[in-house]
Write a new protein. Structure first.
Length: 151
């Protein structure tokens, strides 16, 4: 996980509509950048729907929400449509952003070691500095936790 107080790595990734997003384009706004393992899995769905339900409040606090996983643009599109998600889901199949934010880790699933995304959320300020970093977040609680962090 990256340290708070450090500059957040920039990225250039397509969302579920193929639109490319960079961190730089959100300068001047707070960014909630959350990394999740996979579209349409129980935990990831709870987390995404939590951000969806609180989305207007994030907007009121001047924050944008960006989800990142290694799923394809097409997978993200289906996920967005199925749950009515109002924010960009960024596709990082090359793992460039996922690795830059240090969330690609060895996991132990039922005794089998695999590599995957560890559910992690970063709060990045208007200047592109990481002000909060939360590792191994609880999917269902993370959206409300992040809203609280915005004050």
């Amino acid at each position: 996980m990256l340290e708070t107080g450090t500059k957040a790595p920039d990225f250039s990734l397509p969302d579920q509509n193929g639109t490319v997003h960079t961190l730089e384009q959100y300068r001047g706004r707070k960014v909630i950048l959350y990394f999740y393992p996979r579209d349409n899995t129980p935990g990831c769905t709870k987390q995404a729907c939590g951000f969806r339900d609180l989305y207007p409040q994030f907007g009121e606090k001047g924050a944008v929400v960006l989800g990142v996983s290694k799923d394809t643009v097409a997978s993200h599109k289906k996920f967005e449509e199925k749950y009515g998600l109002p924010f960009p889901l960024l596709s990082d199949q090359e793992l460039s952003c996922i690795q830059a934010y240090d969330v690609w880790k060895e996991k132990n699933m039922y005794g089998k070691k695999t590599m995957g995304v560890v559910r992690t959320t970063y709060l990045i300020d208007e200047e592109g500095i990481i002000v909060k970093a939360f590792g191994r977040v609880k999917a269902a609680e993370n959206p409300a936790q992040m809203l609280e962090e915005l004050g």
